[in-house]
Design a protein around this ligand. Sequence first.
Ligand code: FPP
Length: 243
Amino acid sequence: MTPSGGLPQHIAIVMDGNGRWATKRFLPRLAGHRQGMESLRRCIRACLERQVGVLTVFAFSSENWNRPADEVSGLMELLVTALAKEVPQLLKDGVRLHFVGDRAGLSDKVCTGLDQAELATAANSKLILNVCFNYGGRWDIAQAAARLAAQGQPITEMALHQAMAMAHVPDPDLIIRTGGELRLSNFLLWQAAYAELFFSDKLWPDFDEAELDRAISEFNRRERRYGQTSDQVVSPGPGQKAA
Ligand code: FPP
């Protein structure tokens, strides 16, 4: 967890607004997702330059299966194409890829692509990029609880935390949602407990470095109290850490 005044070490993003970006231009929704991919590439670069340690993006939710079939298959295809195209550069840039979500329901072709990309970038550590795909916060909590129950383990906060699909990274410091909607939409429900939230009116394809910096500046103005009082955070007592 990052205390007030620092760079957020873990930024998570709900990349919303691709469809509206395309519709405004009389283009098919998939053109918006393709432009969203460009925006994601720019955002990864910006995070590398700013030395953010972890970037987590919501690329396909458990609920996105309810979209028109051609949009769903288009998103699957976009993912496979993007992996083939982007992994060599991500590898050079020191990015480690993790895919977070339910592999059941994804085709063998998609799963193989995800496995290969994770394996190829496994030795990297400059930026951890979590791509949440076929992911839902409720799915994650339920699968973690089911796993503990199957092992006969007591369900405690710590045990649940460790059984979750995001256990390999600290909780997000800053969650950004683009596209003007003010909700989490089943994203990182457990991990969002103490995240600062930033809502941007920009549609995801228009999200740029300046908007990222605006989110980071706003984050820097927030006081993160983690249940303490403001006085405790500003002047911690003996033996206490401001956090
Ligand atoms: C939400 O916008 C966006 C998505 C469901 C897909 C996000 C995908 C990308 C940003 C491209 C990168 C893709 C991969 C596979 C890594 P929306 O379609 O709900 O937009 P709307 O609210 O304007 O309709």
